[in-house]
Design a protein around this ligand. Structure first.
Ligand code: CTP
Ligand code: CA
Length: 228
């Protein structure tokens, strides 16, 4: 069968994408997690592959099939994810779509925690490494285009603007993850693309789309920027 040749604007570009939640162990049988499905990150990986990029997808635990033609590294915790991200550098473009758990328990139990008469075990939390900020702030080998996500339930644009500055990334895809939107786990997403131009931040608000459509649109913007 003859198909018309597909445009491959990202041919020859190496791209890294994080996706999904992370699982932070409490003991051998329990963990801390969140409601991320991984759908948005997986859709971005598929769109990037379709545009010709050499894609590595680093994913936390999800119930999705690996996208065809993409190198997939499966991880559990935020610390595993950071290690795999660093092992994947150098890349031309990095997109951090994962909903990384912000905290993990300070000392993971080697044995299952048991109910005791002494009461409930206190769970001491410590902050996880910030993968996006770590990569954005690298002196050596920072990818030329670093894109983060901002998951917010209020003050979306304001929080996303603060986040782009704090993280040191170039673009942020801001999305409202309030329960009423159904974004977490759902198939649709309403996003705003924030792009940093020196001191200025431009905000481009997109209509509600499927996560596949958001992915294709984002990759089209990436392609326009890296190979205009
Ligand atoms: N991120 C990351 N590593 C973390 C936390 C977040 O790489 N430990 C990335 C996410 O993949 C996303 C961006 O940072 O691209 C913003 O994530 P978000 O949870 O919205 O922001 P936080 O900085 O964690 O702030 P908060 O959750 O308090 O809003
Ligand atoms: Ca967070």
């Amino acid at each position: 069968l003859l198909r018309p040749p597909q445009p491959r604007p990202l041919a020859g570009k190496r791209m890294l994408i994080t996706a999904g939640p992370t699982h932070e162990p409490i003991d051998p049988v329990r963990y801390i997690a969140n409601r991320s499905s991984g759908k948005q990150g997986f859709a971005i990986a598929a769109a990037a592959h379709a545009a010709g990029a050499d894609v590595t997808l680093i994913s936390g635990p999800v119930e999705l099939d690996d996208p065809l033609g993409v190198t997939v590294k499966h991880v559990e915790s935020a610390r595993d994810m950071l290690r795999q991200v660093e092992a994947t550098l150098p890349v031309d473009i990095a997109i951090f779509a994962a909903a990384v758990a912000d905290w993990r328990v300070a000392s993971e139990g080697e044995q299952k925690l048991k109910k005791t008469a002494a009461g409930m075990p206190p769970l001491q939390l410590v902050e996880n490494p910030d993968i996006l900020a770590t990569i954005s702030h690298r002196k050596d080998g920072r990818p030329p285009l670093v894109i983060g996500f901002a998951a917010e339930t209020e003050h979306l644009i304001e929080n996303a603007k603060t986040k782009i500055a704090r993280k040191g990334c170039d673009w942020i895809v801001a999305n409202d993850v309030s329960p009423a939107t159904g974004v977490m786990g759902g198939d649709r997403n309403t996003v705003h693309l924030l792009t940093r131009h020196g001191e200025n931040i431009e905000v481009d608000s997109w209509p509600v789309m499927t996560k596949e459509e958001v992915a294709v649109e984002l990759i089209a913007h990436v392609a326009k920027t890296v190979s205009p």
